[in-house]
Design a protein around this ligand. Structure first.
Ligand code: C2E
Ligand code: MG
Ligand code: MG
Length: 762
């Protein structure tokens, strides 16, 4: 079953054919009137049926068709009933009234959804009207201006039709310039206008072309078809969507429209040229008069274009600086603000600024459990709350994800910045009432100051980020970069970015601490302890960067670096005739790294050090983390022949029974137990029993953190195998080790030799 509009058109075509065969007369002309009426009814029915967003334009156009049908009715009455020449007559008044109705209708349709009026469509139509009007004047009106026949009014009325039609066609072309608005309903409407234009033009030409005049009845089907197309347009379902298009595409000047307008404007000089070259009478006055409004219209059109381009440029600039989700400024804009303040253009004086980096805690969890939509709502609400909390003296920007930046110009002291941070955090005590639920969130705040902490926006942001990472680790969730620097706290993000280069530049060095066999006083070997000689922060201990290197994966390079330096050192001592074992600390990642065993083997080979001269230390927690994998790697290392020891024993939760299953040879008792061996009975008991048990399991025990001779002797009394600690020798650079060994061996033998019998007796 064909759709309504198609059936309407088909039925209409049938009527057109019937009308065609009827002789010229009352009946035939009445059918034309009926076709007009059918068009009107179809338009009203269509609008009521499909309810477009803006019905008014369609009602206006329906009224236009009604006036046309009325004109046809008057024509019929004048011609066939009253016997008056119907042209020009009152019928033309009815016809001409229809034009403004159509024009306004199309204009309203072009406005789209409640947007401001777009004048460009109207201007284009007027430009075309002026040019076409000029041509018609020159061709039709001027030659008969002086005719005595009184047909001048008729000429004027006659040319008004094609001009009016062309204006409507231009308006519609404008409306359907955008692909999205090229709906079947508007196409059908357009076909109607084009058909009317052709009919009106031929009707005027009939005055000059005899063949046309003789067959003027041939034009009747054209008018009828136009009515039918308009009716069909309103009956097409796509009517519903007309007027809903966005305004955007219409005011862009497409190449096609430029060509169309250029053609219209070129009519003026073209006409002069044709008249000149053909020796015709020239219409210079008319051309001059026509050119004045034309120039004004073109200027108005161009000004409109320029203004619109300016608006678009402004909008783009605004978009480039705006965070799309929250409508706040984005990181780009914030950076340029910071730079403008701290590094003003020549002439300005730099200002102090504080940057607070604010991150929503547990945001990923919220996003994951409550959904992206809630996450977005929360971010918008957080942005709004920050804006209120900061007031007018600061700028809030969203930097991406769940982090926001607050720029506080003029804040120079860390204390003031910390106060502002506290205010920001206080603003989050109130829960957020989102459309679907209520949540309470906390924020962490990192603080950095310029010029104190950084000289550029990029540096300032990075410093604030470092502070933020530190803040997230703290209970109060606030930290400042400066405070982190001075407390030696986790500067880790900055340091990690520098660590690789530091490894290459040999800023990462290894110190060595002797391990002493208690019974003999002999130095068995040394433990390699990593240090970073940082150009800015000075000598950094392993706690300042090893944990972060573990987190970031740089630990692999770090361990291999320490291993390589330690073995190189062992080889150097060997060359000097001293056999000194080295002990290297591993990290849990090394035990999970399938290549690690191969790396160790290669390093031993490279430095020609026998495996038994290398000791590798793992903490008990490390060994426990992934027992299967670590058993595998430890087994392979054991097979290589290296000595494996458990570091910091006693601080984890492992049992000796479990450790026994690992291929370990040594147990290093943590210094927190060793330190209390002399003074604290519980510590003494633990150390004593651990040594006993370890011996039964075939493990040798090394006591860490031996700071004095009493402790050393107490350990000797417990039959501890070896000791390490500041009381024996501190970690020192490799070149001081030989002298230290000589010193220790001389001294310890003396101490032990003098006190052993006493201890034994105790
Ligand atoms: P650790 O393996 O238990 O190393 C012993 C730590 O105790 C060293 O601290 C050492 O300086 C310190 N120490 C030694 N004797 C005494 C003493 O009598 N009293 C006191 N109070 N401390 C003493 P350091 O060098 O700061 O190293 C700390 C930890 O960093 C090491 O603990 C080790 O777990 C880790 N580490 C050191 N170098 C490396 C390395 O190259 N790689 C890995 N993964 N970790 C390393
Ligand atoms: Mg160690
Ligand atoms: Mg230790």
């Amino acid at each position: 079953m064909a759709s309504l509009w198609a059936r309407f058109l088909a039925a209409g075509a049938l009527v057109v054919v019937v009308q065609w065969f009827l002789p010229y007369g009352l009946l035939g002309d009445s059918i034309i009137v009926a076709a007009g009426a059918a068009g009107v009814v179809a338009m009203v029915v269509g609008v009521r049926r499909y309810r477009p967003a803006r019905p008014l334009p369609w009602y206006l156009m329906a009224a236009g068709v009604a006036f046309w049908a009325t004109g046809d009715g008057l024509w019929t009455v004048f011609d066939h009933v009253l016997g008056i020449d119907p042209f020009p007559s009152g019928a033309d008044v009815a016809y001409l009234v229809a034009y403004p109705l159509f024009g306004v209708g199309l204009h309203l349709l072009a406005r789209g959804k409640g947007r401001a009026t777009d004048r460009s469509a109207l201007l284009d139509a007027l430009i075309v009207a002026v040019s076409v009007g000029l041509v018609l004047w020159v061709v039709f009106i001027a030659p008969t201006w002086t005719d005595a026949e009184g047909s001048t009014l008729g000429r004027f009325v006659g040319v008004a039709y094609p001009i009016g039609d062309l204006v409507l066609v231009t308006q519609l072309a404008h409306l359907t310039a955008a692909r999205t608005s090229r709906t079947p309903a508007l196409r059908l409407l357009g076909v109607g206008f084009v058909v009317i234009f052709v009919a009106d033009l031929l009707f005027q030409a009939a005055a000059y072309v005899p063949v046309l005049d003789e067959n003027i009845g041939w034009l009747d089907p054209l008018w009828m078809l136009a009515y039918l197309f308009w009716g069909a347009a309103a009956l097409h379902p796509s009517l519903r969507a007309t007027g809903e298009h966005e305004r955007g595409p219409q005011h862009t000047l497409t190449p096609r429209r430029v060509a169309y307008l250029a053609l219209a404007v070129a009519v003026l000089p073209g006409l002069v040229l044709v008249e000149r070259s053909m020796g015709l009478r020239e219409h210079n006055t008319e051309v001059t008069f026509a050119s004045l409004p034309l120039i004004a219209l073109v200027i108005a059109r161009m000004l409109g274009m320029v203004r619109r381009m300016q608006e678009q440029a402004d909008r783009l600039a605004h978009l480039a600086d705006t965070d799309f989700l929250t409508g706040l400024e984005n990181a780009r804009r914030l950076s340029s603000r910071v730079d403008a303040l701290i590094r003003p253009a020549a002439g300005g004086s730099p200002q102090s600024v504080a940057l607070l980096l604010v991150a929503v805690e547990r945001f990923t969890e919220i996003n994951d459990t409550l959904g992206l939509r809630t996450g977005d709502q929360l971010l918008r609400a957080v942005g709004a709350r920050l804006t209120t909390a900061v007031d007018a003296d600061g700028v809030v920007a969203r930097l991406g994800g769940e982090s926001f930046g607050i720029l506080l110009p003029g804040v120079a002291s860390g204390q003031r910045a910390a106060e502002r941070a506290a205010e920001v955090r206080a603003a989050f005590e109130e829960p957020f009432h989102l459309p679907e639920l209520t949540v309470t969130v906390d924020v962490a705040v990192g603080i950095a100051l310029a010029p104190g902490d950084a000289g550029t926006a990029a540096d300032l942001l990075q410093r604030a980020d470092v502070a933020l990472s530190a803040a997230r680790e703290r209970r109060d969730l606030v930290a400042s970069y400066a405070e982190q620097m001075h407390s030696g706290g986790p500067l880790t993000p900055v340091l990690m970015s520098e660590l690789l280069a530091a490894l290459e530049q040999d800023h990462v060095v290894v110190h060595f601490q002797p391990q002493v066999e208690l019974r003999s006083g002999r130095v068995l070997g040394v433990e390699a302890l990593v240090r970073w000689e940082h150009p800015v922060h000075g000598m950094l201990g392993p706690l300042a960067f090893v944990p972060a290197a573990e987190r970031t994966g740089l630990i692999r390079q770090l361990t291999l670096h320490v291993l390589d330096r330690s073995l190189a050192q062992a080889a150097a001592w060997r060359a000097d005739g001293r056999t000194i074992s080295v002990s290297v600390n591993l990290s849990v990642r090394n035990l999970l790294d399938p290549h690690f065993v191969e790396d160790v083997r290669a390093a031993l080979e490279r430095h020609r050090i026998p495996a038994r001269q290398l000791e590798l230390e793992v903490t008990e927690t490390m060994a426990m983390l992934d027992p299967h994998r670590s058993v595998e790697v430890l087994g392979a290392l054991d097979a290589l022949g290296v000595t494996l020891s458990v570091d910091d024993y006693g601080t984890g939760y492992s049992s000796l029974a479990y450790l026994q299953r690992l291929p370990l040879q040594r147990l290093k008792i943590d210094r927190s137990f060793v330190a209390g061996v002399v003074t604290d009975d519980a510590s003494a008991a633990i150390v004593r029993s651990t040594i006993e048990l370890a011996r039964h399991l075939g493990l040798s025990v090394v006591a860490e953190g031996v700071e004095d001779d009493e402790t050393m002797l107490a350990l000797l009394g417990m039959r501890c195998f070896a000791a390490q600690g500041f009381g024996l020798g501190r970690p020192v650079p490799a070149d001081r080790i030989p002298a230290m060994i000589d010193e220790i061996e001389g001294r310890v033998a003396g101490v032990v030799g003098a006190r052993v019998p006493v201890q034994r007796g105790a």
